[in-house]
Design a protein. Structure first.
Length: 215
């Protein structure tokens, strides 16, 4: 499976790094950017940058580089961030609210426009600018707000039920922060973000190369 048409998943995973690097560069200056510069900004090697960008049909000019503004547009278009994709967050506790307060999502075209929570004290209120609804209202919320993406920020034991509700409401793109494996049909894309697992991977790389820091 590819992440965007013919573009390999590994390339798709690096495109946001290039986009972030271009944003940094364009904030400082405009003009062109070389594959070496973009590689340094993204933390990869220049050959990989050139190969990845060729997947977009973008090759740059030898000895000149890439037009930074146009390259940013091409990457943004490939990632779909030239569109707006409204997001609903299921579970509006500390994590859900932290996500809602992250302005980078809206800036990139993924505004969090609604939240779902089982806490009846939250339902019917607006928290941090986000209206909170009951789980039974999810289908209507999705329809009324043209929701494209669902985010799971519930406790693990509630994550599968939230996923099922999102799928029943017609959502086919889900990001989950729950540390469990979610079951979904093959045509539903689920991206799992397990922070504990990521820390364990970092711990693996630290093993044998460093001692735990003493505070």
């Amino acid at each position: 499976m590819t992440g965007h048409g013919h573009i390999p998943d590994a390339t798709v995973a690096r495109l946001p790094l290039y986009l972030r690097g271009l944003d940094e560069l364009l904030a400082a200056r405009g003009g062109t950017v070389s594959s070496d510069e973009l590689a340094e900004l993204a933390g990869v090697n220049a050959a990989k940058v050139r190969k990845d960008l060729s997947q977009l049909g973008t090759y740059g000019t030898r000895g000149v580089g890439y037009d930074a503004d146009y390259l940013r547009f091409e990457i943004s278009r490939a990632l779909g961030v030239t569109n707006t994709w409204p997001v609903v967050v299921c579970g509006f506790g500390n994590l859900g609210r932290a996500l809602a307060n992250h302005t980078g999502f809206t800036d990139r075209g993924f505004p969090i426009v609604a939240a779902i929570d089982t806490d009846m004290e939250k339902v019917g209120t607006v928290i941090d600018g986000v209206p909170v609804h009951a789980p039974s209202d999810l289908a209507a919320v999705v329809n009324d707000n043209h929701i494209a993406i669902g985010v799971i920020a519930t406790p693990p034991e509630a994550a599968q039920a939230a996923t099922d509700r999102l799928i029943e409401a017609g959502i086919g793109s889900i990001m989950s922060f729950a540390p469990i494996v979610l079951v979904a049909p093959d045509d539903v894309e689920i991206r799992a973000v397990d922070l504990a697992t990521e820390l364990q991977i970092l711990g693996f790389h630290l093993t044998g190369s460093a001692s735990p820091t003493e505070w």
